[in-house]
Design a protein around this ligand. Structure first.
Ligand code: NAD
Ligand code: ZN
Length: 356
């Protein structure tokens, strides 16, 4: 049996390189070899915040672009040698939850999230993709392997935030948290036609990129209460939508205080710690304000990935601005993941583009 190397969660707070058997491919599945990989803040929640419980020798990672190495006998549209986009979320498409439009939760809450959760992830020399025809998408030649990794998770998650918020032409939207996910929420919000976009963050590099993606106003949460800052800039007028992509549980309270009756608070943040979310009773219209609070895991799926790829191919979005730290060796993954944990101020996203 052939073996492969991977960067794994060994247990709470511990990562390390391990050797595992190369996964076997079922009739509908594919085996892939990464072309480029990126660590995610979610990997940090998993290992160092214990967000999904203990895992032993679980290979981390859910962001990659790849080359198909092997396909099962029933796979129709992919063959060895194809360059592909790998969505972080790879649902079971026959599940009733998928049929109901919530493939992220196929066969149970969050079960569409398999890589680095219920099975080995993409931080390996090879990884397994279930239901290849439904979960993979062909990677257009115009998109580099490094840029394509942003299609795994950052673009679909940020854009999901804009979709959940149902951003419409001319609306005023606040995006709280402008790491890579929030920055993609800014970009998605602008693409959906928002008028005014407040980006809430403290790091200079992220602020610059937020402006480049079309944010109109910057708010620094280190300069005082963000509700007051937004209210002042708005001359007291509430905003239409708030997207949560960073910060803690307090952001829900802040968002409800800013948003108009009938507005939407859309969370895409992974809440790694804490017990309950508090909603301010009066600002929530005493329970009658029609302010919707929603939260969602990004959708995967071939169709979604093909559409998002078109946004890049046609130059509606330059994801290269997110890639602040570039590496070229598989072994550099460890440094990339630790960067994601420590978040130096000039970091947005590390990417490891494998050259051999
Ligand atoms: P990140 O840590 O790089 O960005 C979050 C930013 O929020 C940081 O820059 C941080 O300094 C800032 N922040 C902290 N406190 C704040 C506050 N009070 N107000 C405003 N900003 C504050 O993380 P990321 O990689 O951009 O990911 C954002 C979140 O999205 C993470 O929790 C990640 O796990 C999650 N995520 C969710 C999905 C999904 O499908 N919903 C997918 C991928 C990632
Ligand atoms: Zn992620």
């Amino acid at each position: 049996m052939a073996t492969m190397k991977g960067l794994a969660m060994l247990g709470f707070d511990k990562i390390g390189w391990i050797e595992k058997e190369v996964p076997e491919v079922g009739p509908n599945d594919a085996l892939c070899r990464p072309l480029a990989i990126s660590p995610c803040t979610s990997d940090v929640h998993t290992v160092w915040e214990h967000a999904i419980g203990d895992r032993h020798d679980l290979i981390l990672g859910h962001e990659a672009s790849a080359e198909v190495v092997e396909v099962g006998s029933l796979v129709k549209d992919f063959k060895p040698g194809d360059r592909v986009i790998i969505p972080a979320i790879t649902p079971d498409w026959e599940a009733v939850e998928s049929q109901a439009g919530f493939s992220q939760h196929s066969y149970g809450m969050l079960n569409g999230w398999k890589f680095s959760n219920s099975k080995d992830g993409t931080f390996a020399e090879y990884f397994h993709v279930n239901q290849a025809d439904g979960n993979l998408a062909h990677l257009p030649d115009e998109i580099s392997a490094a840029d394509a990794v942003m299609l795994s998770d950052m673009v679909p998650t940020g854009f999901h935030g804009a979709n959940l918020a149902e951003v419409a032409y001319g609306e005023t939207v606040v995006v709280i948290g402008i790491g890579p996910v929030g920055l993609m929420a800014v970009a998605g919000t602008v693409l959906r036609g928002a008028g005014r976009v407040y980006a809430v963050g403290s790091r200079k590099r992220c602020q610059e990129v937020a402006l480049a993606y079309g944010a109109t106003d910057l708010v620094n949460y280190k300069d005082g209460d963000i509700v007051e800052q937004v209210k002042e800039a708005q001359h007291g007028k509430p905003v239409d939508k708030v997207i949560l992509a960073g910060g803690g549980l307090e952001t829900f309270d802040q968002a409800v205080r800013m948003v108009r009756p009938g507005g939407i608070v859309a969370n895409i943040n992974y809440l790694g710690t804490g017990e309950y979310i508090q909603i301010p009773r009066v600002e929530w219209g005493l329970g009658m304000g029609h302010i919707r609070i929603v939260g969602g895991l990004m959708p995967g799926g071939r169709k979604n990935m093909e559409y998002l790829a078109q946004v890049l191919v046609n130059k509606r979005l330059d994801v290269g601005r997110l890639l602040t730290h570039r590496f070229s060796r598989f072994e550099d993954l460890e440094e990339g993941l630790l960067l994601m944990k420590d978040k130096p101020r000039d970091l947005i996203k590390p990417v490891i583009e494998l050259t051999s």
